[in-house]
Each structure stands twice: as C-alpha cells, then as structure tokens.
Ligand binder design. Structure first.
Ligand code: SF4
Length: 180
C-alpha cells in the first residue's frame, strides 16, 4: 500500500502560500541545516503513516469545507516521500495547486517534484537570514514557478516583509497513532 510519513497537517491556512491552502508537514529530513526551524520533523522515524486514499480524503474535505486553492508540502524534506509524484498527480486531478518546499536544489529532485506548480528550494543557511521575503528562511533559497498557476501572484505574495502571523483554531489535524 502507498503510504506517506506525515508529521502534521493544517487543514486550512493562508500562511503557507497564496490563497487558502492545506499544508502537510512530512516527517524526516537528512539535510541537518544548522538552525532548522522544524527540528522535531528532522528525525527519520515513522510518525503517522497515512495511505494515499486517506490523504486524498482529507484534502477533498478541506476543499469542500474551506475552499482551499491548493496544498503546500513542507517538513521535514518532502522529497524523501517516494510516492510524492502520485500524490501530486491526484491533488491536481482535484483541481488544486501544489507548492513544495525542498532543502535540495530543484535540479536534484525535479523528478520527485514533478507536477508541482511552485518549488521553494535550497537548504537553510543560518548566516544568510532572509529579511524581505515571506516563508523563506535564507537568502539563497529560490522561488521557482514551474507552471503558470501562481505566476501572476507569486511575487506579490512572497515579496513582502517576511512576517506573517496566523492563529489557527480547530484547523490543525492532530494525528494520534496510525488512525485519523
Ligand atoms: S531542509 Fe528544512 S527541514 Fe531539513 S534540516 Fe534544513 S531547514 Fe530543517
């Protein structure tokens, strides 16, 4: 069965890319950037395994309930999820967009990120803190529009003071054990 190692899910946020988005934080990263903002998501350990159908059901529900425009992959390192292209393909079939973070350079992980509309790439470099763009941690990280879906709004959304605060109440899926 196709499964994904998920650390957390926010069912609807406006802080992880343009428009309303569901965000999946995948568990596990092997890059070990000094000063990583999500150290709890680094260990390569089984967290909450969700199968493809479970994830798609959660995403479809969020589309219906909150009117999300797309899904953001974060982590952890999303590209460690071997079946990511299949998940992306199925999300696109729902008419949703996909944005992914990766600590790798896009050229190294292009295959696993196929289908993504926007890729935010590059490892976090503590000595080059980002002061102008939202969401990005360091100046070396790039915003790559792979498709046209967000091309017209991406600069406006990211090229902004990099402070964005949001308090989500009741939209974060807390997953205990293997069941949701
Ligand atoms: S790539 Fe991201 S999750 Fe991985 S160590 Fe670096 S900052 Fe942390």
């Amino acid at each position: 069965m196709i499964k994904f190692n998920v650390a957390a899910i926010n069912l609807c946020t406006e802080a992880e890319g343009p428009y309303k988005r569901l965000t999946i934080w995948f568990q596990g990263c092997n890059l070990h950037c000094e000063g990583c903002c999500n150290p709890d998501f680094q260990p390569l350990i089984p967290k909450h395994f969700l199968c493809l159908d479970q994830l798609l059901e959660i995403i479809s529900d969020a589309k219906e309930r909150f009117g999300i425009d797309g899904v953001t992959y974060s982590g952890g390192e999303p590209t460690l999820q071997q079946n990511l292209p299949l998940l992306t393909e199925k999300i696109k079939e729902l008419g949703l967009g996909v944005i992914s973070f990766t600590g790798r350079r896009y050229g190294e992980v292009e295959d696993i990120l196929c289908g993504c509309d926007v890729v935010l790439d590059g490892s976090y470099q503590k000595d080059k803190p980002e002061k102008k763009r939202r969401l990005l941690g360091s100046e070396n990280q790039r915003i790559l529009c792979i498709t046209d879906r967000y091309r017209d709004c991406i600069d406006e959304w990211f090229v902004y003071p990099n402070s964005i605060n949001e308090i989500n109440i009741g939209k974060t899926l807390v997953i205990n054990g293997d069941k949701i």
